[in-house]
Design a protein. Structure first.
Ligand code: SAH
Length: 213
């Protein structure tokens, strides 16, 4: 039925599109080709999983389009991180991509129902190097700091200070910054100074305060 039959061909098409859009890192392309993105969506939307678009995951949140996931992962891998923190687990898809490529992945989510679904998916895929945590990502994950890289997948107006503090020296923070208009920004911690590079205009849901049941 449907997705089971077509998925490899649809995935191949998605990979070709990512290459056309400029994604070069073959590890990233392999991970996106391997992972069943349709299992990170509710059944009614699964058939659209490999389209070039963001998709709703419930509670007003969205799974980013494949290109954005690929681009952010590519930027993160440039520094060859061993231990990564993601803020905004959502469906768990970005965490799963990271789990294929980085030895140790932590991800925090403020909405418990989304986190529980993500936990289930990641368990089924047997990605044992990913640890999920119910918490307000504005404060990072103090007890596991420092991280080699921090990837924020919801947009704050300004970078929460805790995230800078939990970034190891010489390491990288990737974050969409702003309100309606957002810029995907990369911060490199160089000798305690944060060097900012703006990468692209993007659209993420806002980073909100507080963890919720
Ligand atoms: N990376 C996700 C997409 C996430 S959408 C994926 O691959 O599916 C952004 C997510 O950030 C939402 O699930 C939202 O609930 C979460 N979020 C927003 N503010 C947060 C905060 N302060 N702490 C943790 N998660 C937050």
């Amino acid at each position: 039925k449907g997705i089971g039959f077509t998925s490899q061909r649809t995935r191949d098409r998605m990979i070709k599109r990512l290459i056309d859009q400029g994604i070069k890192n073959t590890q990233v392309l392999d991970a996106l080709s391997y992972l069943p993105r349709h299992l990170f969506l509710d059944e009614a939307l699964a058939h659209r999983a490999y389209e070039d678009t963001a998709l709703p995951i419930g509670l007003g949140q969205t799974l980013s389009q494949p290109y954005i996931v690929a681009r952010m992962t590519e930027l993160l891998l440039e520094i060859e991180p061993k231990k990564v923190l993601e803020i905004g687990t959502g469906s768990g898809f970005q965490a799963a991509v990271l789990g294929c490529l980085v030895p140790e992945v932590w991800s925090v989510e403020r909405l418990d129902p989304l986190l529980e679904k993500a936990r289930h998916r990641i368990k089924n895929l047997a990605l044992k190097n990913i640890k999920l945590h119910h918490a307000d990502g504005n404060f990072g994950l103090e007890r596991e700091a420092p991280f080699d890289a921090i990837l924020v997948t919801a947009a704050p107006k300004e970078v929460p200070p805790s995230l800078f503090q939990q970034l190891a020296a010489g390491r990288r923070l990737i974050v969409p910054l702003g309100d309606e208009q957002q810029l995907l920004s990369v911060f490199d911690n160089q000798e305690g100074k944060m060097i900012q590079t703006d990468v692209a205009a993007v659209r993420f849901v806002p980073l909100l305060p507080g963890a919720q049941k």
